[in-house]
Design a protein around this ligand. Sequence first.
Ligand code: RIB
Length: 326
Amino acid sequence: MNALEVSNENPAPDAAPPSCDVVVVGSLNMDLVTRTPRLPQPGETLTGSGFSITQGGKGANQAVALARLGASVAMIGCVGDDDYGPVLLANLAREGIDHRGVRIEHGCPTGIAAITVDDSSQNSIIVVPGSNHALTQADIEPLDTLLRDARLLVCQLEVPLDTVRFALQAARRHGCTTLLNAAPILPLDDALLALVDWLVVNEIEAAALAGQAIDTPDDARAAVAHLRRRGCRNVLITLGAQGTVAALGDELRHFKAQKVAAIDTTGAGDTFVGGFGAAIAQGLTPEAAIRLGQAAAAIAVTRTGAQTAMPYRDEIASQPSSHRET
Ligand code: RIB
């Protein structure tokens, strides 16, 4: 049994975590995925064309994407004591992710996501948080040690908001860069946004935060102005096939997306965060980081599943780059 294969039943309190580039505080889910020609209407029964059970959760997905794209990663989270918990832990170990900060909550089911993907690559997702909502401030105490060396903390919003706030505050104390993928979206106060160096949101999440609809890159630019007034420093709004609008300090830029034939967009945002975060942790420029995130997500949407679709760094190097900026 190597260091990453240890059971999390009784994590050794005095075991010094190895240093890592990136710490992810977030969710782990088992994804129950149904393929169907189209999404059902309320009250309608449809016959699906396929079903699979795969590892997911925005936190674990981003940890896996970060690791595959070159970062050394430690994860803090919580699984249940059902059959799914050990599968999710073993998966992190396989990906080379230090999961000693992932606790098992007794008497609690692991988080699941019921996902439906249709033939036009769209998905709908219902998450039942289970053990993810048992992640407390006490669970993230290992952060203080991990953050001494880490270059980036990555959070999402599938674990309790108070825990996310506590993690961001810890990163600030250690001078560690912070990235919040505000998904799924919740009301966020300005004090929390002020703890975030990189806010990454899709058009739906950005619209909820900015209080205005976002259909085009121009709408996203307007939303960025609003988010800046709320204290956000650097904002990335991902727009799927319409690319990414990025506020990099005082600069506002639009990075066009590669044209690809998408078959499943599940986890595309997580893959983008993984590519972007891995590059930032390696000291690349924000522009290069955005391009890596976009290139990784462009590959992921041509494959099925979330983690199953995520590329490795060497796959991206071999892709022709067709990014343009406006
Ligand atoms: O972003 C995709 C993820 O959202 C899925 O893996 C699912 O678990 C939900 O958390």
